[in-house]
Design a protein around this ligand. Structure first.
Ligand code: ADP
Ligand code: MG
Length: 643
């Protein structure tokens, strides 16, 4: 039996009886015998099963007709080959009796019959399942490669030696290399050293020990682009075994932008913390300065002109320099008393440009551009001018050989997407003041630190490092934000975004009254001084007494209220805003007004309470910024009492 196939192929001669016997013996196989021109003479049970046609139906029919053999154009070639070589083997598509296609691997052998006729023995096997599986595989492959082309994450497949097998479109973009360049090379070309060297060891270690260091975990590593630049990336690695060979699939996500956002956030938090600290220190220091300069002032008044007075004058000057410094620090710490007023920035800037021109000198050309109209904001204009002046001075310093300074005003809307990109930015309508110079620019490092207090690249004496800190604090406190854009050698743009005034908050805070009352006015009314710091209180009491007033004092809100209840002739409440002990100055003032609706109120503070500044809770109240001079105190007190 086993010898039969050899006899079929090789000797090519058989008697009709042998042919009958063959088909009979191999009845279960798919075997048919045809006359050379195609007429079926033998049809096994295997064929009946495979094609659905019975022996009776098949025998005598032309095989190509019966089975709708395709591809038909090959039929001639097949015939030719069989004739010349006695043999053909290949794939055809046949049709089952019920109409469906059958993919068949066929094998035809020419047999010379002893009677001189030729026959073809054809054996077939149904490979439809195989073909279907292949088609499914192809479609899955197409599906997969369409995914590979579109997934935003880069995908890299390597074998156990680290050789890259596939490299997705996103990977090409991320690493700046084409798939052709990378495939077939070691994956460590995508890593900077020392990771590059460590990588082979990683794989070996894993293959030897099975200890999972990367597989299945996400970890952050450093990638390297074709141009050598490096970037943080998150790597997830999966593993598959194909035909006994291990492959690793790496999914890579670029972390650059996430890192950037996180870094911005850290920077914002740092500025917040430094601001709190600076503001706190400056606030306490202000109280000390108030004591120092207040005491000096009192001694000064009692001394006759002469050398001793000069010494005190010098101390007083130093104290006022100190006050200036704390003022700057308070500005950075967002605790500078602000006096926001409705202002049209367009007008403000034009009015301001003469001063700027003088500051910048002749070698710097100043131009102001207003894009559009309506630049209404609620802002402390003198502080804004101060900020712009600081920026202009920085620009001047950056353009020692002259250049151009452009100030541009426009209205912008920052949407929530934008706000998401910058952690400390709120969305909304803003007036943008962009101030651009053509100076030396800043390095990335300088730009990062420029707003930090005391950061300066200038020589001692020419820079304090507080300019941009003040600008930053002021802009933040005004509800806006600050951006610095700079390119080395090209110039710098400082952008100040101030919240545009919407129709809703149109009511203005009371205009600060002008201080035109005659010098050191006096009076004899009764004033209640509330201040928790004993020394500050003593100065205030001494000053007011010196001006002729009767002075009562209290160290906290509760004592102050008691005092108010028992002394009907108190005409003015002079209180610190921030006090320990559960009651702030403005709370005290509100309760005091319940007892005495006509009571005049004067606040003092090292920094403004935003609530007070913005809402003006106590009608007619005024406030003094610490440290204040005796003159400021006298003038303001008199003004309030006369009102
Ligand atoms: P200061 O001017 O006292 O140094 P600033 O806070 O105003 O302090 O500025 C901090 C630093 O930022 C400067 O020392 C300088 O290095 C850099 N800088 C600020 N503005 C510019 C600018 N327009 N061009 C180049 N560098 C600038
Ligand atoms: Mg400066």
């Amino acid at each position: 039996m086993l010898a039969m196939p050899h006899r079929l192929v090789s000797p090519r001669t058989a008697s009709p009886q042998e042919l009958d016997a063959l088909v009979h013996v191999l009845d279960g196989a798919d075997i048919m015998v045809l006359k050379f021109e195609g007429t079926i003479t033998h049809w096994s049970i295997g064929c009946e099963n495979m094609y659905g046609w019975s022996y009776q139906e098949a025998v005598g029919r032309n095989v190509s007709d019966l089975l709708a053999t395709r591809p038909l154009q090959q039929q001639d070639l097949i015939g030719d080959q069989i004739r010349s070589q006695g043999f053909w083997q290949g794939e055809v598509v046949h049709r089952h009796k019920n109409g469906h296609d059958i993919h068949v691997a066929a094998r035809c052998v020419l047999v010379n019959l002893t009677d001189g006729e030729h026959s073809i023995i054809q054996t077939s096997s149904d490979i439809s399942k195989l073909r279907r599986a292949e088609a499914a595989l192809r479609s899955r492959e197409a599906h997969l490669s369409s995914i590979l082309e579109t997934v935003p994450d880069a995908m890299i497949v390597i074998d156990h030696r680290g050789t890259v097998q596939s490299f997705s479109k996103a990977a090409e973009k991320l690493f700046g290399r084409t798939s052709d360049e990378v495939c077939g090379r070691n994956v460590n070309a995508l890593m900077p050293n020392p990771d590059r060297q460590a990588h082979d060891h990683y794989i070996d270690h894993y293959l030897e020990t099975g200890e999972k260091r990367i597989i299945g975990y996400g970890r952050v590593v450093t990638g390297m682009r074709a141009d050598g630049t490096q970037f943080p990336m998150e790597l997830h690695v999966g593993e598959t075994t194909v035909n006994g060979e291990r492959f690793f699939t790496g999914f890579v996500r670029d972390l650059t932008s996430r890192y950037k956002i996180e870094e911005d956030l850290r920077q914002a938090q740092k500025m917040e913390a430094v601001g709190q600290l600076t503001g706190g220190i400056a606030h306490d220091f202000n109280n000390l300065l108030t004591v120092i300069s207040g005491n000096i002032e009192m001694v000064e008044d009692k001394l006759p002109p002469g050398p001793l007075r000069d010494i005190l004058k010098e101390a007083q000057d130093a104290a006022s320099d100190g006050a200036k410094l704390t003022g700057q620090l308070l500005a950075f710490g967002r605790r500078q008393p602000l006096n926001p007023q409705s202002a049209d920035l367009g007008q403000l800037m034009s009015g301001f440009s003469n001063l700027l021109r003088r500051t910048l000198g002749e070698d710097i050309k100043l131009s102001t551009i207003l894009s559009g109209s309506n630049f209404d904001v609620l802002v402390d204009s003198s502080q804004l001018q101060n900020a712009i002046l600081n920026i202009a001075i920085n620009a001047r310093d950056a353009m020692p050989k002259g250049g151009k300074l452009t100030m541009e005003l426009s209205r912008v809307e920052l949407d929530s997407d934008y706000a998401k990109m910058y952690p400390d930015v709120r969305s909304g309508n803003f007036i943008l003041i962009a101030i651009t110079d053509t100076g030396i620019g800043m390095s990335e490092e300088v730009r990062k630190h420029a707003i930090e207090p005391f950061f300066t690249t200038k020589d001692t004496g020419s820079g304090t490092g507080l300019g941009l800190s003040m600008v930053y604090g002021f802009v933040k406190q005004s509800g806006g934000h600050l951006q610095i854009y700079s390119e080395i050698g090209r110039g710098t743009t400082i952008r100040i975004y101030l919240p545009a005034r919407s129709e809703r908050n149109l009511q203005q805070p009371d205009d600060a009254a002008s201080h035109t009352v005659p010098p050191l006015p006096t009076g004899n009314e009764t004033i209640l001084v509330v201040e928790d710091d004993r020394r500050v209180r003593r100065v205030a009491v001494a000053r007011l007494s010196g001006m002729g007033y009767s002075v009562l004092e209290a160290e906290n809100g509760r004592n102050a209220l008691d005092s108010l209840r028992s002394n009907a002739d108190i005409a003015l409440l002079f209180t610190d805003i921030v006090m320990p002990g559960g009651m702030t100055g403005d709370e005290l003032a509100r309760e005091a007004r319940q007892i005495r609706p006509d009571l005049a109120v004067l606040f003092t503070s090292g920094y403004s309470e935003p609530a007070l500044a913005a809402k003006n809770i106590i009608p007619g109240a005024q406030w003094l910024r610490k440290p204040y001079t005796a003159r400021e105190l006298a003038v303001t007190v008199r003004e309030l009492l006369n009102a």
